[in-house]
Design a protein around this ligand. Sequence first.
Ligand SMILES: Nc1ncnc2c1ncn2[C@@H]1O[C@H](COP(=O)(O)OP(=O)(O)OP(=O)(O)O)[C@@H](O)[C@H]1O
Ligand SMILES: [Mg+2]
Length: 529
Amino acid sequence: MPEEMVGYIVGQVETGEFVFVTDTETYPLRYEYLVVRDVKEKINGEEEWIDVLAQVTRISNRSDILSDALSFDEVETIISKYSGTTKVFGKAKVLGYLNDRDEVMMPRSAAIPSQKVYTASSERLSRFFTKNRGNGINVGGLITREDVTVQLDPNGFRKHVAIIAQTGAGKSYLVGLILENLLPLGATVVVLDPNSDYVMMKNHREGGSSAIRDNVTIYRPPGIKGRRYSDEDIGGAENYTVEFNKLSENEIFEVAGINEDWVHLRGIISDALKLLEGTYGPKQLLDRLNWMAINEETKQRQDYAGRAANYIRRLLGYEIWGSANIPLDELIQPKNMSIIDLAGLQRNVTQYIVQKTLADVWNLAVTGQLPYPVFLILEEAHNFAPADQRGFSTGIIERIAAEGRKFGIFLMVITQRPGKINSNVLSQCNSQIIMRLTNPEDMKATRNSSEGLSEDLFNDLPGLNKGEAVIVGDLTKIPTMIKVSGRTTGEGGSDIDLDAALNRALEDYNRGKRMKPEEAKDKEYETEW
Ligand SMILES: Nc1ncnc2c1ncn2[C@@H]1O[C@H](COP(=O)(O)OP(=O)(O)OP(=O)(O)O)[C@@H](O)[C@H]1O
Ligand SMILES: [Mg+2]
């Protein structure tokens, strides 16, 4: 779009903002991008002429004749005899100018009243907002100018990225879009996916295979019932299970939910484990504890063994034990995305798998065995590194957040509860993508963790619509508001069509085909996390 003149600068002009007069026909909308050409600036002592980009923050209409001191009758009398023009004023904040290296600089001089104000062309805007053009990751367009594509600089992921927004704002859609563009650049990606949000990425959203299908592997524990998508739906999956007899004592305590303070229960399990040989599973440990509950020397030890057995018995019901570990050397291949589907697993098991996967990658990194950078995608991060308690996986997440980038591990932390996530983890994310957010506690936490989030942008967060985002940090040259679009891969967690689902429920009910209770129970697992 060509640059059209929309007004003249008037009044007092500052380096950071100015007022312009326009009219009721041509005025630009709020948030529109403007340019003031040929503003005089001194650069290294030399006089130069720069084009300054600005954004409309306010548009107002005023009449001096029809002042607010007039009564209703006076106004009626005046407008019956006189047709004055309305004055239209706009206010704009200066975003900066591009220097000869295409970097955004803030001017140190102000424009002169009488200078013309134009709407900025798409070409100018795309140069202004996109860093690393050519290699960038397309994520959509500018919020008010969707024709201007915005690309993220892949180098921006060096700083760990937090993706923050309330539920349903479009985080997972955006992350999927980023990943489908990051992967072809050669990236190694590991997605820890508690809600099966990424399992459809081998499929094109309009049917058939996606372009990245051959570079995606989905790992799933077999035997989880009531899944939203079958292995067939997702284009095939690899099994993974956990080898019980490779778990350390501490890991067994964690998975079984045996609190650190319960030293006697921990002690008796530890004794039972010492007596087990060869390959054993939770069944063998349970048998041993049951035996101890009868044969231990003291009544008290029998009692501890009996109570410990109750915890271990629960593990038998978990559909996760076996010897198909996720192959670590596959995970770290270049141009390779591994999606670990955690849906349907019990909370403690999920925590364990997250902890183990992160710890495995970390151990490779610190021993110099990580040949390529690895991007770790942590959905529902507030559950794995909560603010108010130390979860099993908190330690390793904090560690990677603090030191991972030195070793080529880059985190993408996704959360709908920034107020509930460990603040060390959040503040280590120097790039943020923030979408609609209205909860005051979450807004405050986001504000505290994000240096680049200005007052204006912060105030805009509750007004964002689904799919709109503010990008702050190293991913773009300056904070940028975008409308996310262009995803081609399928989504796992997209909103269900509730209307259609209720219709189906009603039809089944009318036919007397209500779901049997035991089938309904399996479905519950899906929403547990
Ligand atoms: N940019 C977009 N364009 C079109 N549809 C979108 C966009 N972003 C999100 N959606 C749709 O909105 C719904 C919610 O998006 P998404 O699942 O990404 O939200 P979320 O922030 O991850 O929510 P939750 O916190 O519950 O996981 C989905 O059905 C998705 O298809
Ligand atoms: Mg999501």
